[in-house]
Design a protein around this ligand. Structure first.
Ligand code: LLP
Length: 432
């Protein structure tokens, strides 16, 4: 992360702004995104690919990690494509003026309404995920005299070493067509039957999320190329694209040691080229869909400490003004985070602390184990690192919590990208 300590005041700064001023002006809890860092990460991913066409970027930002209109504009300006997986994400992207032809539409149960909207908007690629969807999309496209560009989502049978809930390429789960079971080849046949309304441009594989071990991506690439070869054999067509999804892990703690974009892209390119050479197959255009690796590290969450409860011989519970409603990842995936006293420095001894929220639930933990100065108390600000991905986008109103704002900081100024919810917002939905 790019947060630094201001020597004079001892407070953390991000994007040239001290957290104390930020909290005073915007309140807490608040998500803060370093815009320059976000953009730099986007550029790094694109640079890892070298040359590419501006209209068909090889990197599609996964909007599920965090999407707002401003972020969609950053993605557009930096030249990224965009992966959306719901009508809501599509609506934000289109409202931001994101070029529809650079959007890929995902989902295992896209509704007719969503497919229709995406077709009418001219979305670049539909990643089809079921036989029913293929028929639905073919019909909707035919009704409009349109041709939808399609990728077939393939389950390649890789056991990704990550939390079960975010692994997606083992056989027993809801996404994709099984490669081993022959469903993928069957899906390809079905798409080819609708040549007038569906154009099959390639295969898609996403093996999971928060992955450090590149072997999983390599196996996925190897198996996907095998299917490309089988498709050429059966249909005489070499599909031009192969999307290997997202999932590259980031460092949440100092123990995590992620690969960088250049290494992963170079290794994927080399494997695909080598495998294709073996089949005398033209090398497809490779695309990827990083979410967390672009939006995670540039974000922090700022909280204010409300109460401190030392439990003799165990640890100290430090309660902050947010919790599982703004970061569900600790409760859901046992995720680990790094946390720091943000508003000042302290010479006090470190104490083993658990940072908890204000929800009515004992599993409401933000950071399970951390060392904080023993004099941390009410009014102090804590910062939790690498919360730019899957925190605001998975936030809830549990206990009628008000979801925090998302602030972008750049060159010493902040901008509110998403405002804080208010009790009026809650009451407006409640029709009595
Ligand atoms: N492409 C597809 C098809 C995906 O399903 C996902 C994530 C991505 C790309 C982006 O993955 P990333 O590069 O961000 O790892 N809520 C979980 C993560 C679930 C991700 C689901 N799909 C978490 O908080 O860790």
């Amino acid at each position: 992360i790019t947060a630094a300590r201001d020597e004079e005041t001892g407070q953390l700064t991000l994007g040239g702004l001290g957290v104390r001023e930020l909290a005073r002006r915007q309140g807490t809890p608040a998500y803060v995104l370093d815009e320059a860092d976000w953009r730099r990460r986007a550029q790094t991913w694109l640079a890892a690919f070298g040359d590419y066409s501006r209209d068909e970027p090889p990197v599609h930002y996964a909007g599920k990690s965090f999407l707002s209109k401003a972020v969609a504009r950053w993605a557009a300006e930096e030249g990224l494509g965009l992966d959306v997986c719901s009508g809501g994400e599509l609506a934000i992207a289109l409202a931001a003026g994101f070029p529809a032809h650079r959007i890929t539409f995902h989902g295992n149960n896209k509704t007719v309404e969503e497919l229709t909207r995406a077709l009418d908007a001219g979305v670049g690629r539909f990643v089809v995920d079921s036989q029913q969807e293929i028929e639905r999309l073919a019909q909707l496209a035919a009704d409009r005299g349109a041709v939808a560009r399609v990728m077939v989502r393939v389950t390649v049978g890789v056991e990704a070493h990550t939390h079960e809930f975010i692994a997606t390429a083992h056989e027993d789960q809801k996404f994709g067509f099984s490669l081993a079971g022959g469903e993928a080849a069957e899906a390809v046949r079905r798409v080819f039957k609708h040549r007038g309304s569906l154009e099959l441009v390639g295969l898609h594989s996403h093996i999971g999320s928060q992955i450090f071990d590149t072997a999983g991506f390599e196996t996925a690439a190897h198996r996907a190329v095998g299917l490309l070869a089988a498709i050429r054999e059966e249909h005489g067509v070499a599909l031009p694209e192969l999307d290997l999804g997202g999932g590259l892990g980031i460092a949440y703690t100092s123990e995590d040691d992620p690969e960088d974009a250049f290494t992963i892209v170079a290794s994927l390119k080399a494997i695909v080229a080598r495998e294709c050479f073996g089949y005398s197959l033209p090398t497809p255009r490779i695309t990827v869909e990083p979410g967390r690796a672009i939006s995670g590290p540039p974000g922090i969450t700022l909280y204010e400490v409300g109460t401190v409860k030392p439990l003799e011989g165990l640890r100290t519970y430090v309660s902050v003004d947010g919790g599982m409603s703004d970061n569900i990842r600790t409760a859901l995936y046992d995720a680990e985070y790094t946390c720091a006293l943000a508003s000042r420095t302290s010479e006090a001894e470190p104490m083993l602390a658990r940072v908890v929220g204000k929800h009515c639930e004992s599993g409401d933990i933000v950071v399970k184990d951390t060392w904080l100065p023993a004099d941390v108390g009410p009014g102090d600000l804590l910062a939790v690192a690498a919360t730019g991905a899957y925190c605001r986008s998975m936030a809830s109103n549990y206990n009628h919590a008000l979801r925090p704002p998302v602030l972008a900081v750049l060159d010493g100024a902040e901008r509110v990208l998403v405002r804080r919810e208010t009790e009026e917002d809650l009451l407006a939905l409640d029709l009595g």
